[in-house]
Design a protein. Structure first.
Length: 201
């Protein structure tokens, strides 16, 4: 009889452990989804800034049509691409292409001092820099939650619960480091005379 009670007690403990682990998976999955929404907000904000930036550059450099069209095409692809079925590899790819085309547009803008000094351009660049910073923070938060979930999916004994619940690993969202838009270029230092330095922006 004692053995029966021990067995029932073990079954109850296993059942409780299963429920607790399963509920934790639910909580982590919701946290991953919520942290993706933060990325999505910043991506939409960036998408909304792009047409204004293109039009501002066009007003000073209308003949740079190739760079302008490349940005608009990349933006259209990024806007129309969502995280289908939780697979973010394609989404990261099109966002990387948008970043690359934006870098090309900013390189064009470097050749127009009047454009760089214009108030609307400076305001757009400040908004874009803020958006890029917030996007980077949101991406780090999302990937941290993905790491925690994926570790539990692969680790024993939670992997047993994951298998029974058909829990799968979440996708990372990582834009290639070469395709990150760096709007905070470090100033260059030029030495005009021994011991005296001047900043060159």
């Amino acid at each position: 009889m004692t053995a029966l009670y021990v067995l029932l007690g073990l079954l109850v403990l296993l059942g409780v452990a299963f429920v607790v682990s399963a509920n934790r998976f639910v909580s982590q999955r919701h946290l991953v989804q919520e942290s993706w929404r933060q990325i999505d907000v910043e991506l939409r904000r960036r998408h909304d800034l792009v047409p204004n930036l293109v039009e501002t550059v066009r007003s000073y450099a209308a003949h740079e049509q190739r760079a302008l069209d490349a940005v608009l095409r990349a933006r259209a692809d990024a806007v129309s691409t969502g995280p289908e079925d939780g697979h973010l590899e394609h989404k990261a790819q099109v966002e990387g292409q948008l970043t690359g085309s934006l870098r090309g547009l900013l390189a064009v803008a470097e050749g127009y001092p009047d454009l760089k000094a214009a108030g609307p351009y400076q305001q757009l660049m400040a908004s874009l820099a803020e958006t890029e910073d917030r996007l980077a923070a949101a991406r780090r938060f999302y990937n941290g939650n993905v790491r925690a979930l994926n570790t539990r999916v692969e680790s024993f004994p939670s992997s047993v619960v994951a298998g029974l619940k058909h829990e799968r690993k979440a996708d990372w969202f990582e834009i290639d480091a070469l395709e990150r838009l760096d709007l905070q270029a470090a100033p260059q230092v030029r030495f005009d005379a021994p011991g005296r330095a001047a900043l060159v922006h």
